[in-house]
Design a protein around this ligand. Structure first.
Ligand code: URA
Length: 259
């Protein structure tokens, strides 16, 4: 599992699950345990299916302790949506609402994302939503001790990566959308620049088409209503390209139909 590096699709999860190497901890900061996730999936899957289905992965992820974030989070927030969705959208990490409800994108950023998807004519029932990191990292702010988002550390992103790989392998979306820099760097490499590449199809073996765009919470942070409207329009424009890619991928004959 130590070979799983963000930015690369490494070996198939099913191979990883079938391996039974002794747990190897790596720790600059004592946090990642790269073998824990395949071991958890193996335990939960029982007869170790070649490709663990999403329900198995989700159940296994509830017990994940591969980094320390579980200690301050309410629960693991695994991905959610159609298990054979055409499109997978990947954000950074759950926020306060997601942590409480146990589902991704149910807070303000999720509401904005859904509005933009509808405006772009992406069917939410044909989508799977997830995050790079599955636990909420937060700090308190203000007198009310509101929990506010804190960016995940690279070690936490690395530790969580096998879950994202397993989701990609289970869903096999035709189109993959990275929402913001954390998702783009985790899946496409640390030098990837969303500002240069947003809305373009990026060469990658992760899906038939991979596109990056901004994270919806960056739109919520716009300084005024005019810039927020402009940012939303650009976001919808990027998602319209995604909708077009979904339509063209769906129109292609499937491999099974051509053989
Ligand atoms: N931001 C994310 O990146 N993911 C969520 O699930 C919610 C907010």
């Amino acid at each position: 599992m130590a070979s799983v590096k963000p930015g690369k699709r490494s070996r198939r999860t099913s191979e990883l699950v079938q391996e039974a190497k002794p747990a190897r901890k790596r720790s600059n900061d004592g946090q990642e345990d790269f073998n824990q996730i395949p071991a958890l999936i193996r335990q939960t899957a029982g007869s170790s299916p070649q490709k663990p289905p999403l329900e198995v992965l989700k159940r296994a992820s509830a017990k994940c302790r591969a980094c320390d974030l579980w200690k301050q989070a309410t629960q693991t927030v695994f991905g959610d949506g159609n298990a054979s969705a055409s499109v997978m959208l990947v954000g950074e990490q759950p926020g306060d609402r997601e942590d409480i409800e146990g589902k991704p994108f149910v807070g303000p950023a999720g509401k904005l994302l859904r509005e933009a998807m509808l405006a772009a004519e992406i069917d939410p029932h044909d989508a799977y939503l997830t995050n790079v990191v599955k636990h909420f990292r937060w700090m308190t702010a203000g007198r009310g001790k509101r929990r506010i988002h804190k960016k995940p550390r690279q070690s936490e992103i690395n530790a969580c990566h096998p879950w994202l790989e397993a989701e990609l392998e289970a869903v096999t979306p035709k189109v993959l959308v990275c929402l913001g820099a954390t998702a783009a760097k985790a899946l496409l490499g640390s030098h990837f620049s969303v500002s240069q590449e947003r809305g373009k199809v990026v060469p990658s073996s992760l899906a038939c088409a991979v596109v990056t765009t901004v994270h919806p919470s960056s739109i919520l942070r716009s300084p005024d209503s005019d810039s927020r409207r402009r940012e939303m329009q650009s976001f919808v424009r990027d998602l319209r390209k995604v909708a077009q890619l979904i339509r063209s991928e769906r129109a292609k004959p499937s491999v099974a139909a051509t053989t």
